[in-house]
Design a protein around this ligand. Structure first.
Ligand SMILES: Cc1ncc(COP(=O)(O)O)c(C=O)c1O
Length: 407
């Protein structure tokens, strides 16, 4: 914040496909789809038209109690039809963090309704990012987001992201009868793009099932074709108890997120009188946001961006790996979904004091937007990116690395 406050703002004025323009008219390749969300690319008029039509019909109305609206119902049915969850039910929210709160509260409330109110412990993974609301901050796997806020969610712990055995050991340490849920992203995104080993998800799903722990997949980044399917987790052949989604569901044209919950989790609230799940927000089930999501999903399906994404994934992987020979680069992580990380060496980061923000700035000055996290540069372009644009992105990233190395 202190750095930003001293300089001019980077004002984004216009977007079209993978391109952005600033307020001086300079053009940039959006190498991050904004914050991992603009899957269909910028400037899709049909989404704006769908929102306009909905807003002139009914701009907004609550979905509390028995209130409903057509776009929210249509969207819920469409998502349920594709969700790899048993007897799926949908809760709509305004974003990812709000959905994490909803899923965590639902997990605890479900166990309370089963007469097991002591099952409250939440387990997440190192590098896992689950938004910055209250519970999300409490379960995040990156210390820098937790510090300075005083006491956070008690009864939460973090396990190494790549070890199913560590999850089981933690469940046994806490006591399975006290653990409510385990949270995992299909590929860790904001924490630095860490794909799982091929067997990881089958193992953790089995461990959760065996100990009666709810398995909650956070597909906020991985959903809606970024991994070639609807929710990312299909890739690993497992069926979670809940899925949290946001971002690509509407490509960010309007804010929307939600939770898919297995019917068995909804059952105590729907089937028993006097036992509601007391939770909800003002804008849940917003009809204009739902209309934006429906138009966005139309594009994903019509242009088969699910298949396109798998091709982009392969091409992006090959292109990014050409950076492995760069002297500043320790590791390239890519090849599972349309996302990649270029991690800098210890020598660059520590001995030479090079900041990833420097590489980010050099790339942006050359017309490519990347994302800088403490040790790596991240890439997650819109799924409509072409091969030439991928080449341009990677060549610019190399030029930015060269420029920083030459300082
Ligand atoms: C995996 C994951 N979960 C949750 C969130 C939080 O979403 P939001 O920023 O919409 O609250 C994010 C945001 O980047 C995310 O990447």
């Amino acid at each position: 914040m202190n750095t930003v406050v001293q300089g001019p703002k980077f004002i984004v004025a216009k977007g079209e496909g993978v391109w952005l323009w600033d307020d001086s008219g300079d053009r940039y390749l959006d190498g991050t789809a904004s914050l991992w969300y603009c899957n269909v690319g910028h400037g899709r008029r049909e989404i704006a038209d769908a929102v306009y039509r909905q807003m002139t019909q009914l701009e907004a109305y609550t979905v509390y109690g028995d209130f409903a609206n057509v776009p929210a119902l249509q969207l819920s049915e469409r998502l349920a039809a594709h969700a790899p969850v048993a007897d799926p039910r949908i809760i709509l929210t305004c974003g990812g963090g709000e959905s994490i709160e909803t899923a965590a509260k639902l997990a605890r409330r479900y166990f309370a309704a089963q007469g097991r109110p002591e099952r409250v412990h939440l387990i997440s993974r190192t590098g896992g990012y689950h938004g910055l609301h209250g519970i999300g901050t409490g379960i995040i796997g990156m210390d820098r987001f937790r510090d300075g806020f005083g006491p956070l969610v008690e009864d939460a712990s973090v396990v190494p992201h790549d070890s199913a055995a560590a999850l089981e050991a933690e469940i046994l340490r806490v006591g399975p009868e006290k653990v409510a849920a385990f949270f995992a992203e299909p590929v860790i995104g904001a924490g630095g793009v860490y794909p799982p080993t091929p067997e990881y998800f089958a193992s953790v799903a089995e461990i959760c099932r065996r100990h009666g722990v709810l398995f909650i997949v956070d597909s906020v980044i991985c959903g809606f074709a970024r991994m070639g399917n609807w929710f990312g987790i299909e890739r690993f052949g497992v069926c979670p108890d809940m899925i949290v989604f946001a971002k690509g569901v509407s490509s960010g044209y309007l804010p929307l997120g939600g939770v898919v919950a297995a019917g068995a989790i909804a059952e105590p609230f729907w089937d028993r009188p006097g036992n509601p799940f007391h939770h909800g927000t003002t804008y849940a089930g917003h009809p204009a946001c739902s209309a934006a999501a429906m138009a966005n999903l139309d594009i994903l399906e019509r242009e088969d961006l699910f298949t396109v994404a798998l091709e982009v994934e392969t091409y992006l992987d090959a292109a990014m790996r050409t950076l492995e020979d760069h002297p500043l680069v320790r590791e390239v992580r890519s090849g599972t979904g349309v996302m990649a990380a270029v991690e800098l060496t210890e020598e660059a980061l520590v001995d030479r004091g090079i900041r990833t923000a420097d590489v980010f700035a050099e790339a942006r000055a050359r017309g490519v937007i990347l994302r800088a996290v403490p040790r790596a540069l991240l890439v997650s372009p819109p799924l409509v990116i072409t091969w030439e644009q991928i080449e341009h992105l990677v060549a610019t990233l190399r030029a930015a690395l060269d420029a920083v190395a030459a300082r």
